[in-house]
Design a protein around this ligand. Structure first.
Ligand code: KIV
Ligand code: ZN
Length: 536
């Protein structure tokens, strides 16, 4: 495999192509704004991914803006923009990524008859000519061009090979073989690669890639089979998020490659110590909670419940553990600061966690730290991470929580009064009853701000264990937009008191909605584009 992607091309090196911000962002209910996407992209760069698929720029001005900002501000990985095999899409993708030090255009068209006949309503000949025109057009802008025959695993392999050959002739540097609907099995996928190499020998000159969906729970197994069959790029997403059942999970494939190097001799460039933190960030910003038994990053992934296992691990870790929690950064919950720690200690601890903050931001973080340290016995790295990302968001928001009071209990009607600092600098107070204290707080905020957005989602999670744990709340709000669609925005809040965290999260989501940081309903713009897949 040579592949001219500019990434490490050692024969055993697997390139990690992260699509959290593109395929992952197409998950139902996810609404990341530009600032959040940039924050995730910066963390993906720290994690050491080779490629960041930052978005699908033609789908909306918001998506375009986010991809462009990532292309300008995130250094290290290749920054990739997705485009159908159509001139307008490719132009938009190029305009969005052209400022990156390492741009890539990823263009796709389906090769399965099901898609050709029923979705695109054209012919195999159209697909061939469309591929030729699209790759040539992308190549006129950008040296690095990836081509995907969508729904390849349900397509005729000979025809797919013919289309891939055209893409290579026009200069594609990477050819990705998507299992778009999560239908294939490891054996079939492996055979598909073998047949492709046979029918399209020029594929030996470019990098092959896998892109597997998890509809049958096989995304990681299929990706691994593809790698063993010769692919050297894996497309995956943090926490496995993505369309429907999601994509191959980045943390699982990365740890599979690392842990079983003895079996295959392959490696990635992932800094595995950043895995847990990246997973938490994505979970926090998307509101997608990680199931406790999720491999690698679940709360229980390294926990031992049975006495026999605990006893074994105490005697010798390898009796029941194949990986060490420290390898994936899950050990960051050691106590780092106490009640009496000063500003310097906080700054040092934050630097150890990878946050470099100074001046006013440090003062604000210190104020929050002190308030929390007064209530909690010990402040851990996880608490600091939550406080700092909370503070960072607060600084850019137009509205914030001044104070609140709640009356609640099993014998009283819940009632809340909430004061919101408005963009004018004025403090506005609202008062309301509700079904419960959280509902009363949200209604009081609506009354203070004169808004009536619909509450779409509400999640509460504990940042750490223990009865004094910080509570982290995610709120997703939605309101009708002028174009007949809906706009959604999310906000997070962290506090020792979940009522306060709820108020903060709601006001943040509202700020995002009112400040234009909301996005058109997740997936709808992409669906509009996808329903019009007519080829170039
Ligand atoms: O699943 C899929 O086929 C895709 C393509 C755009 C690569 O996401
Ligand atoms: Zn996909």
């Amino acid at each position: 495999m040579n592949g001219s992607t500019g990434t490490d091309t050692g024969a055993n090196r697997i390139h990690i192509f992260d699509t959290t911000l593109r395929d992952g962002e197409q998950s139902p209910g996810i609404s990341l704004n530009t600032a959040e996407k940039v924050e995730i992209a910066q963390q993906l760069a720290r994690l050491g991914v080779d490629v960041i698929e930052a978005g699908f720029p033609i789908t909306s001005p918001g998506d375009f803006e986010a991809v462009q900002k990532i292309a300008r501000e995130v250094h290290g990985p290749i920054i990739c923009g997705l485009a159908r095999a159509q001139k307008g899409d490719i132009d938009a993708a190029w305009n969005a990524i052209s400022d990156s030090e390492r741009p890539r255009i990823h263009t796709f068209i389906s090769t399965s008859d099901i898609h050709i006949e029923h979705q695109m309503r054209n012919t195999r000949e159209d697909v061939k000519s469309g591929t030729r025109a699209a790759v040539a057009h992308a190549k006129s802008f950008c040296e690095d061009v990836e081509f995907s025959p969508m729904d390849a695993t349900r397509a005729d392999v000979e025809f797919t090979a013919e289309v891939c050959t055209i893409a290579v002739e026009e200069g594609a540097t990477v050819v990705n073989i998507p299992d778009t609907v999560g239908y294939t099995t490891p054996e079939e996928y492996s055979k598909f690669f073998a047949c492709l190499f046979e029918f399209a020998p020029s594929l030996g000159d470019v990098e092959l890639s896998v892109h597997c969906h998890d509809d049958l729970g096989l995304a990681v197994a299929n990706s691994y089979a593809g790698v063993l069959a010769g692919a050297r790029q894996v497309e995956c997403a943090i926490n496995g998020i993505g369309e429907r059942a999601g994509n191959c999970s980045l943390e699982e494939i990365a740890m599979l490659i690392r842990t079983r190097e003895d079996a295959h001799g392959l490696s990635t460039g992932i800094n595995t110590r950043e895995i847990a933190r990246t997973s938490r960030l994505v979970s926090r910003l998307t509101g997608y909670v990680i199931q406790p038994n999720k491999a690698i990053v679940g709360r229980n992934a390294f926990a031992h419940e049975s006495g026999i296992h605990q006893d074994g691990v105490l005697k010798e870790r390898s009796t029941f553990e194949i990986m060490d929690a420290t390898e994936v950064g899950l050990d960051s919950n050691q106590i780092v600061l106490g009640k009496h720690s000063g500003r310097h200690a906080l700054k040092d601890a934050l630097e150890q966690l990878g946050f470099v903050i100074d001046g006013n931001a440090l003062n604000q973080a210190f104020k929050r730290f002190k308030a929390i340290a007064d209530k909690k016995k010990q402040v851990t790295a996880l608490d600091l991470e939550a406080i700092v990302s909370d503070e960072m968001r607060e600084r850019v928001e137009s509205h914030d929580l001044a104070w609140f009071e709640v009356e609640a209990g099993s014998k009283v009607e819940p009632k809340a009064r909430v004061a919101v600092n408005m963009p004018s600098g004025q403090e506005q107070v609202g008062e309301s009853g509700g079904d419960g204290p959280v509902d009363a707080i949200f209604s009081a905020i609506q009354s203070a701000t004169g808004t009536d957005a619909e509450l779409r989602e509400y999640h509460v999670a504990a940042v750490t264990g223990g009865d004094d744990a910080l509570g982290e709340v995610t709120v997703v709000l939605r309101e009708p937009a002028d174009d007949g669609r809906h706009r959604t925005a999310s906000g997070q809040g962290v506090a020792t008191d979940i009522l306060e965290a709820s108020a903060r999260a709601y006001i943040r989501a509202l700020s995002n909605l009112l400040d234009g940081a909301a996005i058109s309903e997740a997936g709808s713009a992409t669906a509009d584009v996808a329903s019009n897949l007519t080829g170039p």
